[in-house]
Design a protein around this ligand. Structure first.
Ligand SMILES: Nc1nc2c(ncn2[C@@H]2O[C@H](COP(=O)(O)OP(=O)(O)O)[C@@H](O)[C@H]2O)c(=O)[nH]1
Ligand SMILES: [Mg+2]
Length: 286
């Protein structure tokens, strides 16, 4: 890991709340921003503009990867044009259409293998959870820590929007199912704002089976029950910006999928990685 022993990291924070490594001097830990995107042409430019602003304010130049699995609305072209205008070194990882879960899994495995960053950030591509909320993280002394966003109505002076009653019902059901079936106690497993230590990406995403919406909960269960990694919640605010791709039917499908995850745990199927190599993809620079 580029000459830095992340196990030496301490919990001091530099201005802006960025993580630091110890070994005598402060160093901001690096983060690759991985954005799963499907038909985000209308929202991707604003997301990239937010990232460019954040990078400029913090003087960082981290890798940004758009993980697109076959958008049909020109997302890739819009992202490419915007990245050039904003002078962002966007990389494109393109797959055949298989949904967010499989795309995130293979993108994370690919980025973990090709970069030397400290953390891989999974960030929704719609700017509903602005990247600037990285500044709200109290970085742990334990470099193995996974950080997961938890959507709240207000934090750090920023007002958020709470989800619709249907979405609240859906997340309440997910919360209950993840508690009963997987032993997880996190109120918001589904938030599209999460950071994973790169050193554990292969162990974690390499054990992922699910290709549906419960993959976040599955990953957290693998992290806590198999790999024994600490998980720290980060309060974030969420601002909806258009249509969600998660439909009401997701509730039923997810309940069954969660049951499947629970059964796999009982069978010991998460004990070892099942997918050491990422699926075929195309990585290109803009
Ligand atoms: N690659 C990929 N990304 C997806 C897919 N479905 C949703 N996403 C992305 O996942 C993120 C969250 O999706 P969204 O519909 O906004 O969910 P919500 O915010 O929870 O309502 C966005 O960045 C979407 O573009 C998919 O099938 N493939
Ligand atoms: Mg969204």
């Amino acid at each position: 890991m580029s000459g830095v022993n992340v196990d030496d990291r301490d919990s001091r924070a530099v201005p802006g709340g960025s993580p630091v490594a110890s070994a005598g001097h402060e160093r901001r830990a690096s983060i690759a921003v991985v954005m799963p995107a499907y038909n985000e042409a209308d929202r991707i430019e604003q997301t990239l503009a937010s990232i460019a602003r954040y990078f400029g304010e913090h003087d960082v130049d981290w890798p940004i990867v758009l993980a697109d699995d076959g958008s049909t609305d020109g997302t890739v072209e819009r992202a490419t044009t915007a990245a050039r205008r904003l002078e962002l070194p966007l990389r494109l990882l393109t797959f055949e259409h298989r949904g967010k879960a499989a795309t995130v899994r293979d993108a994370m495995l690919a980025v973990a293998a090709e970069t030397e960053v400290d953390y891989l950030m999974m960030l929704d591509a719609d700017d509903e959870l602005p990247i600037s909320q990285l500044d709200h993280i109290s970085w742990s002394a334990d470099a193995r820590t996974i950080y997961i966003g938890r959507r709240v109505a207000e934090t750090h002076g920023s007002q958020g929007v709470m989800p619709t009653p249907l979405r609240r019902l859906m997340s309440g059901t997910m919360r209950l199912a993840s508690r009963v079936l997987l032993g997880l106690s996190y109120p918001d497993t589904q938030c599209g704002f999460k950071l994973f230590p790169r050193d554990y990406a292969r162990a974690l995403f390499g054990r992922q089976w699910t290709t549906g919406w419960v993959f976040d909960a599955e990953l957290l269960a693998i992290a806590t029950r198999v790999l024994r990694l600490p998980v720290q919640e980060v309060e974030v605010t969420w601002q909806p910006r258009g249509e969600s791709k998660v439909g009401a039917s997701a509730m039923l499908v997810s309940g069954l999928a969660m049951l499947g995850v629970g059964v796999r745990f009982r069978l010991g199927l998460y004990d070892r990685p099942r997918r050491p190599k990422p699926a075929r993809s195309r990585l290109s620079s803009t």
